[in-house]
Design a protein around this ligand. Structure first.
Ligand code: TRP
Length: 461
């Protein structure tokens, strides 16, 4: 069915697509960001709202991206140019490229921390340290004007190199084996964490919701994180969908990736919060939560030294497979739309993103006084990209699916590789036409305080 002169490469197996999409989804978002923001926004209530968004918005948007990709056989930007030429839908692709740029800049910084923690683990740096000293080490490290930059650059060069050499497939083959190992390791950590003295309080924090404590900002973050964690809203999965075989079952793929991603996040939470309370660590302290908590847990484990090396190696690899998928969005845009050579595109994009990342990293140290909208640069970029650009992208993707692409084409596209029952199609169409866009819109109005702003504008109060 390929009408182009060069048929596009395709995933060789169903598992290839699932491994690639899961490799993109599972990363720092699950293990670093999820516990940290769950801590900041007060625990269980945040978790449940997040799960609700995954089901009602994440899943349908994921399916939509895969459908758009497979139908158009283009990158995120080109897809809309092909399916809806000359219409404003093409904006979606631009949002995506912008979001990819911003996300990878701070993502590389945190991945750099993970590399540093491999070294801390190898040298047994935290041996016999108190929880206070471990926190101190982390804070000193990230505020250093040089050291974190070195690790960030190492990570970014690695990411760029893999994209240039084009060995993503090879990496995915490894990560197919390594990610299950990471899962086992997290489960071992879970067992250690929940058997710590005082662990119950952590489980209570994570699973016993008090919705009265959840702010609108928390709800907005839960929405943003649903997109961030599932790699949605900027066309990553449109690009992946474009490589999918006509006969693959898109519904199953979307379901499996979503379940895997969510399970890993929750298991990471179970490894962190019991330990947070057992060691008297402040759950809402922010970006350092896992780096401050986990070394304490490793110290309380037989074989903790080896486990901690293994854990941070695997976390870095998980971050790498995600980072590759983010960089791909930018590179695909440069090569397919601006017709710049792939190698040059990759070097150029990686360099620019690394530079912005350096500023991000410094904003946790020497530039910490610089604030944009009451946030440091690191938080600001995270907020703009995850909480605004991704949901906005997702809202338009859902609207496109529901109103422009239409029920008939959805049916034809999904029915290729699986049966689409009538009632499922109905639910899907209701979700993408109304539920997802409206929910995102309302959360925006509240979470960004736009209503407040408008009221003040008119009433002066
Ligand atoms: N989902 C990844 C994580 O959880 C990060 C990521 C990869 C991403 N690709 C993306 C986020 C595309 C948003 C959009 O670590």
């Amino acid at each position: 069915m390929t009408s182009h002169r060069h048929p596009r490469a395709q995933f060789s197996s169903k598992f290839g697509l699932i491994a690639a999409a899961a490799g993109s989804a599972i990363g720092l978002g699950n293990i670093w960001k999820f516990p940290y923001i769950t801590g900041v926004y007060g625990g269980a209530a945040f978790l449940f709202v997040y799960l609700g968004f995954i089901l009602a918005i994440g899943l349908p948007v994921m399916l939509s991206e895969l459908i758009i990709g497979r139908k158009s056989r283009r990158n995120a930007f080109g897809a809309f140019k092909k399916l809806a030429p000359g219409t404003p839908w093409m904006m979606i692709g631009s949002f995506g490229v912008a979001a990819a740029f911003l996300i990878l800049s701070f993502y590389g910084v945190v991945a750099g921390w993970s590399i540093k923690y491999i070294i801390f683990s190898i040298t047994n740096h935290f041996h016999n340290s108190t929880p206070g000293e471990i926190a101190q080490s982390f804070n000193t490290f990230i505020a250093d004007p040089l050291s974190p930059l070195i690790y960030q650059v190492i990570f970014m060069v690695l990411t760029g190199a893999i994209v240039i050499i084009g060995v993503q497939k090879g990496i995915e083959r490894y990560s197919k084996v390594l990610m299950p190992v990471l899962l086992v390791l997290i489960i071992i950590l879970d067992i250690r964490a929940v058997t710590l003295k005082g662990a119950g309080e952590g489980l209570h924090f994570l699973f016993n919701p008090d919705f009265s404590k959840l702010s609108f900002e928390g709800v907005l973050s839960a929405l943003g994180h649903a997109f961030f964690s599932l790699s949605l809203g900027m066309g990553t999965l449109i690009t992946y969908g474009s490589y999918v075989n006509k006969n693959d079952n898109l519904i199953n793929t979307a379901l499996q990736v979503t379940v895997a991603d969510t399970v890993i996040a929750i298991l990471a939470g179970i490894a962190i919060f019991p330990a947070v309370f057992a060691f008297n660590i402040e759950p809402g302290q922010g970006v350092g939560l896992i780096f401050i908590t986990l070394p304490n847990v490793f110290m309380q484990m037989p074989g903790g030294h080896i486990f901690s090396i293994l854990f941070f190696v695997l976390l870095t690899i998980a971050a790498l497979t995600s980072a590759i998928s983010i960089l791909e969005v930018v590179v695909a845009y440069f090569t397919e739309e601006l017709k710049i050579k792939r190698q040059i595109s990759t070097i150029f994009a990686t360099a620019l993103i690394t530079l912005l990342g350096i500023i991000c990293s410094l904003s946790l140290g020497i530039f910490s006084d610089i604030e944009i909208a009451k946030r440091n640069i690191f938080d600001f970029l995270d907020h703009i990209s995850a909480n605004i650009l991704l949901p906005l992208g997702g809202m338009f993707i859902a609207l496109f699916m529901g109103w422009a692409f239409g029920k008939y084409r959805v049916f034809r596209e999904v029915a290729h590789g699986g049966k689409l029952k009538g009632w499922l199609l109905k639910i899907f169409m209701i979700l993408v036409k109304f539920v997802a866009p409206l929910a995102i819109f309302i959360v925006f109005l509240q979470g960004l305080k736009i209503l407040d702003f408008i009221t003040t504008l008119f009433t002066g109060k």
